[in-house]
Design a protein around this ligand. Structure first.
Ligand code: BG6
Length: 468
């Protein structure tokens, strides 16, 4: 069997990601400091796999020192997590900082610095305070944009000397798509206008954060973590190609274009108007978006998205849903991660890299999440108790290879981050699909155990080359 080797440049990020709400647990959480996932969990616990959720998560809040040691052992250069807005403040209207929670971040950042691990911090990973959802309808309200800025101002003031890479959101499209387009998550309301309003206000909030950061003269960068899905049409026939273009417009370009190019695609305005989707924006807001584009992007890439032209039976006109223009398509014989039901196609990274190079001015970016969630990983445990996750090693190697190959072809890709560092709870699936380099043993006090992939990752870091 022939092998190929590719170099990993010295400055290239080899990291892993997580978020506050998926790891920390509720220790020291005060009455009323619920985030959207916390409220969802409290109101609808039975939909969360085996009843696990954010209440304990991995208990990172109490065990972060142990985890930072493990990050060092696994050779991470960078670690991405979020600050939980719903817990960073005790009063969202007046921006009162919860000193106890802020002190935990001080300690976490210091500990990471001691171990040479660079923090990359997201300001919202679905952690919209429940109070703001219930009082103002969340991101549907311009008041929430204002209160988010107040929160971010407090975060920057407190941590700008410890953190220099900031991200306004993780996957800003996800919550409103699941809640207001598809009505699949709490509070299960269909309203396409609300969906677009959330999109717009998150674009506006991002631009305002960029502006604030620059005006204050802080050192570093502000970006956003997006999850554009590489969308392939079933065939080159015009109606299938159009379906892919429309999918791309509604789910990818709705964030990529304003954040990187400074404006929405005119076609998006046209289609929203055609379908009478009501949303509110002003010329002044569009000007803020135009003048304050992001410094970099993190891109989460898990699987390819395949579409075909919609059949009559599939799409409905009222209320408007983008499925009016497309229908999912399953490629026969595709390679699958059966646990998660996602197709595996490492080339999505190369294709996305070329898109960002050719259509988005070769903006600096990195793979912010790539990973493989596997059910019942215990079956792969060896006699010494270690999970032998060779499938994960193969997955990372194939995806990292595409990242490095794209870089060699001129893409401005700065790194690769695995989802996730440890197993953690994810929306609804909780601990069902395990993603970590490090196992969280739910039967034994959530003890941490490096999987085989953690040792492999370390070697990658030491050797600075990937062999396939
Ligand atoms: C990403 C999210 O899209 O997918 C994470 O940023 C999430 O928060 C991850 O945990 C995995 O999702 P799931 O549903 O497969 O567990």
């Amino acid at each position: 069997m022939s092998t190929k080797t590719i170099a990993i440049p010295p400055s290239f990020i080899l990291g892993a990601a997580a978020s506050a709400w998926q790891t920390e647990g509720w220790t020291d959480k005060r009455e009323g400091q619920d985030s959207w996932p916390d409220l969802w969990y409290k109101n609808d616990r039975h939909v969360w796999h085996d009843g696990y959720g954010p209440a304990v998560a991995t208990n990172f809040y109490q065990r972060f020192r142990e985890d930072v040691q493990l990050m060092k052992q696994a050779g991470l250069t960078h670690y991405r997590t979020s600050i939980n807005w719903s817990r960073f403040l005790t009063d969202y209207e007046n921006g009162v900082v919860d000193e106890r929670y802020a002190a935990y971040y001080d300690e976490l950042f210091d500990e990471m610095q001691r171990h040479g691990i660079v923090p990359m911090i997201c300001l919202e990973h679905y952690e919209l305070p429940g109070y703001l959802l219930e009082t103002y309808g969340g991101w549907a309200s311009k008041k929430v944009v204002e209160l988010y800025l107040l929160y971010v101002e407090k975060v920057f003031a407190r941590f700008h000397h410890k953190v220099t890479r900031w991200f306004t959101f993780n996957e800003p499209i996800v919550v409103q798509t699941r809640v207001y387009l598809d009505a699949l998550r709490w509070p299960y309301e269909q309203n396409t206008g609300t969906w677009m309003q959330w999109n717009h206000h998150k674009n506006l909030a991002t631009a305002k954060v960029v502006k604030l950061f620059r005006e204050k003269g802080y050192q570093g960068t502000v970006g956003c973590i997006l999850n554009p899905e590489v969308t392939y049409p079933r065939s080159r026939a015009p109606h299938d190609v159009l379906a892919a273009e429309r999918y791309d417009l509604f789910y990818n370009r709705v964030f990529l274009d304003p954040m990187v190019k400074g404006h929405y695609p005119p076609e998006l305005f046209r289609l929203l108007e055609k379908h009478q989707v009501a949303w509110d924006y002003s010329e002044e807001e569009l000007a803020i978006i135009r003048d304050n584009t992001v410094d970099e992007l993190g891109i989460n890439l898990y699987y390819p998205h395949r579409v075909k032209a919609p059949s009559r039976a599939w799409h409905t006109e009222t209320p408007f849903h983008p499925t009016y223009y497309y229908e999912p398509f399953e490629l026969p014989g595709r390679k699958m991660n059966k646990s998660r039901g996602w197709e595996i196609l490492p080339e999505i990274i190369y294709d996305m890299a070329m898109r960002l190079k050719n259509d988005y001015g070769n903006i600096p970016w990195f793979v912010a999440e790539s990973g493989m969630g596997i059910e019942n990983e215990g079956q792969f445990r060896n006699a010494a108790g270690t999970i032998e996750d060779d499938y994960r090693i193969d997955f990372i190697a194939a995806h990292l290879y595409q990242t490095l190959r794209a870089r060699e072809a001129g893409a401005n890709c700065q790194g690769y981050m695995l989802w996730a560092f440890t197993d953690n709870v994810s929306p609804m699936n909780a601990f069902k699909n395990r993603y970590g380099l490090i196992e969280i043993d739910l039967q034994n006090n959530r003890d941490r155990r490096p999987k085989k992939s953690a040792g492999w990752f370390r070697k990658l870091r030491d050797e600075r080359q990937l062999t396939l």
